[in-house]
Design a binder for this molecule. Structure first.
Ligand code: PEP
Ligand code: MN
Length: 359
């Protein structure tokens, strides 16, 4: 798959100005619910596409698994009565055949499906040559190649109207997010395919409505092209993902308050200052590298000492104590405990490898 300005054709036809907005409930629940939300959203000319899930992949059985085919009929009605494009999640060939029968305009592939190359391949073949818009969510696990592989499968069967949705990555750690953003992963994808529309889903990243506006703004600061935001007329009563859904009125407020950043600035003063700051950052990064190199040399000496005295390399108690100390120190410098843990786990792992060198 190659980057090409053609990847943006569908996007530019739909929206003159960033961001492209996809809004609607997590799940279609009843015909009335869908029509009410769509009617409210229709009043907002910043919303381009109406979303609703009708087949819901649930982590555990027993939850609401979607209304199924009947929901396609309701989406068709939304399209006829409001003129909005309509989108739903598809996870297999059968879903696609049905969704095509009902004239669904946009298909998205969910995070739990992107992890499975067999499923993505089946979907790609069912969509072969379609002129519909196909959006691929990131896989639940933070694996860029799996995401890229899914894109290639779609591209290789001739799907041209492609885009990606960043919905965050699941983690076992307790964090303020439902799904960790790991911004560096979509940023790397964007660096490889700058023309591929990149959409952020702050609803699934945050899992709570109070944080949706901040994450949406952060995505725009990073030059994202669009937003997918779960919107419901009575969010607290939603049958799925109740905590993260917002009302159409809140969506309107958020969209009005978002600050749009320019991709570049012309002013000389800006470039001079940016350059200065980047030089300082580069210097600091080199210092970090020097320090890490030195640290590993000391680790090797420790490895030698432990080997001489026949002592095991990993001393778990000491490691837990220092990690807690670093997390406390880090928080004084404004560094999150998540970052400190990831950083020092990586340093510790590398250190163990260096100690082993000397065994
Ligand atoms: C959704 O968009 O409702 C959904 C199920 O998303 P994800 O695949 O990101 O969990
Ligand atoms: Mn949802």
């Amino acid at each position: 798959m190659e980057n090409s300005p053609r990847l943006r054709d569908w996007y530019e036809k739909l929206t003159q100005q960033k961001p492209l907005v996809i809004a609607g409930p997590c799940s279609a629940e009843t015909e009335q619910q869908l029509m009410d939300i769509a009617t409210s959203l229709r009043k907002n000319d910043k919303v381009h596409i109406f979303r609703a899930g009708i087949w819901k992949p649930r982590t555990r059985p027993g939850g609401f698994e979607g209304v199924g085919e009947i929901g396609l009929k309701w989406l068709q009605k939304v399209k006829q009565e409001t003129g909005m494009l309509v989108a739903t999640e598809v996870a297999n060939k059968q879903h696609i055949l049905l969704a095509q029968e009902y004239g669904i305009d946009v298909f998205w592939i969910g995070a739990r499906t992107t992890v499975n190359p067999f499923a993505v391949q089946e979907i790609a073949e069912a969509l072969h040559g379609t002129d519909k818009i196909v959006l691929l969510k990131n896989p639940v696990n933070p694996d860029l190649s799996l995401w890229l592989g899914g894109l290639e499968r779609l591209y290789n069967v001739g799907i041209k109207n492609l885009g990606v949705i960043h919905r965050g990555f699941s983690t076992y750690q307790k964090t303020k997010y439902r799904n960790l953003p790991e911004w560096q992963i979509p940023i790397e994808l964007q660096a490889r395919f700058p023309d591929l529309p990149l959409i952020c889903d702050p609803s699934h990243i945050t899992g709570q409505r109070e944080m949706v506006a901040d994450v949406a703004q952060q995505a725009l600061n990073l030059n994202y092209d669009g937003l997918m935001i779960e919107t419901h007329n009575c969010p607290d009563e939603a049958w799925s993902d109740a905590k993260q859904q917002i009302t159409p009125e809140t969506l309107n407020d958020i969209l009005n308050q978002l600050q749009l950043r320019k991709p570049e600035a012309q002013s000389e003063e800006y470039h001079i200052e940016l350059n200065n700051l980047r030089i300082q950052i580069d210097e600091l990064d080199m210092k970090i590298l020097d320090i890490l190199g030195e640290r590993m040399q000391i680790a090797e000496q420790i490895g030698g000492l432990k080997s001489k005295h026949n002592v095991a390399i990993l001393q778990s108690d000491r490691w837990q104590d220092v990690l807690q100390k670093y997390i406390r120190e880090g928080s004084r410098k404004g560094l999150t405990s998540n970052f400190m843990t990831t950083l020092f786990k990586a340093i510790h792992q590398e250190s163990i490898e260096h100690q082993e060198k000397k065994v």
